[in-house]
Ligand binder design. Sequence first.
Ligand SMILES: *[C@@H]1O[C@H](CO)[C@@H](O)[C@H](O)[C@H]1NC(C)=O
Ligand SMILES: *[C@@H]1O[C@H](CO)[C@@H](O)[C@H](O)[C@H]1NC(C)=O
Ligand SMILES: *[C@@H]1O[C@H](CO)[C@@H](O)[C@H](O)[C@H]1NC(C)=O
Ligand SMILES: *[C@@H]1O[C@H](CO)[C@@H](O)[C@H](O)[C@H]1NC(C)=O
Ligand SMILES: *[C@@H]1O[C@H](CO)[C@@H](O)[C@H](O)[C@H]1NC(C)=O
Length: 486
Amino acid sequence: MWLRMIATVSVWIITAFPTVAAIEQASFNFSAFNIDTNGSSFYNAPSCLLPNNNLGWNMLKNQDGSFYTHSKRPIILLYDGWDSSMLNAFLTQYILEAMGYRVEVVTRINYVLGIEFYNNAVDLELEIWPQDFGTSFAQVTQIDKAAINLGAIGYNGNIGLYVPSYLFDQYPDWSFDFWRFLLNPEYRSIFPASGTGPRILVNGEPECDGTPGLCMNGTYIPAQCSSANSKCIEMWHYDPGYSSNIYQRLIDGLNLPVTINFLSFGEAQNTIQDAIDRKKAILFYNWTPTSFVANNNFTKVLFPSNNPTQYAAFAKDNSKLLTTDPQSSILQKLASNKFVADFPELQSFATKYQMPDDQINLMLKNMAHNGWSAAEASCDWFKKNQAVWGDWVPDVPKSVVSCPVGTGRYLTGATYSCIACPAGSYNWIGNNTQQCTPCPNEFECPGGATVNVLKVFGCRYLPQRLLFPIFALCMKPAAQIIVVQL
Ligand SMILES: *[C@@H]1O[C@H](CO)[C@@H](O)[C@H](O)[C@H]1NC(C)=O
Ligand SMILES: *[C@@H]1O[C@H](CO)[C@@H](O)[C@H](O)[C@H]1NC(C)=O
Ligand SMILES: *[C@@H]1O[C@H](CO)[C@@H](O)[C@H](O)[C@H]1NC(C)=O
Ligand SMILES: *[C@@H]1O[C@H](CO)[C@@H](O)[C@H](O)[C@H]1NC(C)=O
Ligand SMILES: *[C@@H]1O[C@H](CO)[C@@H](O)[C@H](O)[C@H]1NC(C)=O
């Protein structure tokens, strides 16, 4: 009777006055921060269980008996809508779930970087292509420090223009693998002439429009192709947001008789595949790693080798001409400040997460070859490769009284354990009984025991907190102080 009464009363309370958790949920409007959550369902992969979960984290208890990892707030992972990004997001979901964490997978609405980090709307993004975001990558990570760069994901990204390799069988002497073939009218004649290619409308509108120099009415037409008898050919692209402006400026810079036809993210691959099935001669934009490239015989068209100075100028001003190949992208992992603060025990996991080139390609091939979804391919890899990802998972905390240099003593569940100092903090004390010390102003602490000096200090200026033998030195910016355990 009592129990029943209590239940009735509490239901009434919840209906009449939303609980604190409900208020937080309702007031957090993900879409205002460019995040798509699939309504309230999220984009999580179906669960993928380890046959023998020996990680230990899922059994770790709080003092009140509840499970430590499961009782923390969900971790928000963001993927972008291509295969390799999804494979990594789902793999991370599986690992974190095996550790007992709750995970919510989300995606971006518009392909822009930053707003989600300035507002701590997501925790982790695992495959960031810095060049895609122009100057905003440096703004977000280095200047505003709204996101923490956790280093490279392991494999590189490469964009390029491709032709199907069967063209070499049909025209053995035509050197489609080098950009100069584009200057030969006879070689060009087998490709679709500008304006004759497929026309894709998205909700009745061209894929992009109204941005001279980038895209007008779904196309980019350089000056050399604007006259009726220009004999230009079409290059098929996805969306002007991908590798934004790069091929436009390369077409301008090398005076290529080429126009760009944007086919939209949703339709480009199907359209290209359809032309390949019919053994057509086409020139198209793509990138690696993708299951599309991993599973097809394509040949990349080489441009003069990358000139970094040229691309640095282009990064500042995207009207600057290009004449060389884009550089290979070192793909980065980013975390929000809130993730580092709320999950200090996971920073080493996120930093150590490294997917080798051959392994991401194996998953991508499995998708194309076996007709698997990204969720299925990453589940298969997760079950078979604990020897690889197991090294990323930190040891289950053991109770300790003090911690060595570079680590702090944090409460994880019912036990105190040593956790590597998260970015924004440091520890130089060999028997540290506290959490890591917050990084002082004018210094930068990437984590562990490293402290970078950002400002010139006179010999007398020593922040009280930092009194330490080594600080008897005068310091210059860019000096790096690392203390190792003696
Ligand atoms: C959430 O934000 C979007 C975009 O800013 C806005 O259109 C929408 O009305 C907001 N929803 C709520 C419930 O506030
Ligand atoms: C979005 O949520 C629905 C359930 O509301 C689910 O059936 C669907 O699979 C989800 N979409 C994706 C891409 O995960
Ligand atoms: C846009 O391109 C389409 C297809 O080439 C053409 O029919 C249409 O007239 C163009 N619209 C404008 C505003 O130029
Ligand atoms: C790619 O080329 C190889 C060797 O020429 C061939 O065995 C394979 O079937 C081709 N694959 C596709 C998808 O065309
Ligand atoms: C910590 O180490 C320092 C120097 O090694 C020593 O002076 C101090 O007594 C130690 N403190 C504790 C609590 O062990």
